[in-house]
Design a protein around this ligand. Structure first.
Ligand SMILES: [Zn+2]
Length: 438
């Protein structure tokens, strides 16, 4: 089976490619890159990508797919359907399922469920400690052999520096990155939003920026000593990006990601202020996540770090919750929002159309770097011979997000009804069109 994606603008930072090319796909792999005007080989299905950007498939390094255990929020199949609709060819689910993904059997189960669904690729992230309880190390080697690409206790971060040090040494033995959700719970306990002027105004308990920064600095020191590769999840504060920037200059093996909501919204959204919000949307629990939406000063620091290369990746932290759970009062509602279908729209709105970054850097943040960080062989690139995972984007397409039409099982998003310019119009996985805008 042959597919020719023709007339497109191919952008692949891994091959310093940025221009008009046709992509020939054969047996699920990139067979050749043809120059404009070169004749199509016979017997190809042709995909006309005129006016479109053709990029290596986007990889979301941080999602929650809820299966096994919380299938009323999301299943691997529904999460993967939302992923391909958002332009993601691969997603990496965190281990906070029930049971926790702390062993090879669960890791394998997740991959099998994804294969059954036949949509996005799933590369699971295993737990650092058994049951993510923070005491006994999980069987990292066995999970890696089963297909895990990194380890993390994500929302239940390893509190003990001693355990984290051993975890990093162990993970380094298996060449597995350790992903840190940096939050010192002794500083953030009971908090439901960013600690600052708005939390005071609303009378809600705050989570200080310090809770994130203390943990970032601790783990950078541990990474320096152990030589482990650490990946800081969803950086959200000025101090955190400054610490990562310095650590990179020092040669510490650190990478980091940012979420679209942290470079788009601030804590004002919790009060129903700014960015198209209205005061009657104050206390909307779809503005509650961990780390919380920070103040404008922090948001700006994040955007600068995206522009200067300190931040390596954009990841959604897609965290589906059932409407009944999010309908609780602000203090009691669970943390997290969905994000797979809105990420690209927000990246265009805040980063590309504002001139902060070009599309080439966007591809690096969503594909090249995630593939490199997780060591995903043959992905994040369009070089001949690589796997034909491809994201086709229309940077000028105007559309509106309708959460009621989401492919996810959950609709907990602060971006329902938002107008965007720029969207993935096709998602191709191993040469097969898994999603195409009608
Ligand atoms: Zn997290």
């Amino acid at each position: 089976m042959k597919l020719l994606i023709t007339n497109g603008h191919v952008i692949d930072p891994s091959a310093q490619l940025n221009g008009g090319r046709s992509l020939l796909i054969e047996d699920g792999r990139i067979a050749a890159l043809l120059s404009p005007g070169e004749a199509a080989p016979e017997g190809c299905e042709v995909f006309d990508a005129s006016g479109l950007v053709v990029a290596p498939g986007f990889i979301d390094m941080h999602v929650h797919l809820r299966e096994p255990g919380h299938e009323h929020k999301e299943t691997i199949a529904s999460g993967c359907a939302a992923a391909v609709a958002g332009g993601w060819t691969s997603v990496c689910p965190m281990p906070n399922t029930d049971p926790v993904n702390d062993n090879a059997a669960i890791t394998r189960y997740m991959i099998e469920q994804a294969e059954r669904a036949g949509l996005a690729n799933v590369f699971p992230i295993g737990a650092v400690t058994k049951d993510s309880a923070g005491s006994e190390l999980a069987e990292m080697g066995e999970m890696k052999a089963a297909g895990a690409v990194a380890v993390s206790d994500d929302g239940r971060p390893v509190a003990s520096a001693g355990i984290m040090r051993r975890a990093m040494q162990y993970a380094a033995d298996f060449s597995l990155p350790v992903i840190d959700h940096c939050e010192d719970k002794s500083l953030s306990a009971g908090g439901v939003m960013h600690e600052g002027r708005i939390s005071l105004l609303l009378g809600l308990k705050g989570m200080p920026a310090l809770a994130e920064e203390v943990d970032v600095v601790r783990d950078l020191l541990l990474a320096k000593e152990t030589g482990a590769h650490i990946h800081i999840a969803h950086v959200s504060t000025k101090g955190a990006v400054e610490a990562v920037r310095r650590a990179k200059q020092e040669g510490i093996r650190v990478t980091c990601e940012v979420t679209p909501h942290h470079f788009t919204l601030t804590d004002e959204a919790v009060a129903g202020l700014g960015d198209g919000h209205s005061p009657d949307s104050a206390y909307d629990t779809n503005t509650k996540m961990a780390p919380p939406l920070r103040s404008e000063q922090h948001r700006q620091a994040i955007v600068e770090a995206i522009a200067d290369g300190t931040i390596d990746a954009i990841a959604t932290d897609h965290a589906p919750h059932h409407a009944d759970e999010k309908a609780l009062e602000y203090d009691r509602a669970p943390f997290g929002i969905t994000g797979l279908e809105t990420a690209l729209g927000l990246a265009f709105e805040r980063l590309v159309h504002t001139g902060i970054i070009g599309i080439e850097r966007l591809v690096e943040l969503c594909s090249t770097n995630p593939a490199r960080i997780f060591g995903l062989e043959g992905r994040g690139t369009l070089r001949p011979g690589s796997i034909a995972d491809i994201t086709v984007i229309d940077p000028t397409l105007e559309w509106r997000y309708d959460a009621a039409a989401t492919r996810s099982r959950s609709r907990n998003t602060p971006f329902d009804g938002r107008a965007f310019t720029g969207k993935a119009v096709a998602t191709i996985i191993s040469g097969r069109i898994a999603f195409r805008l009608p």
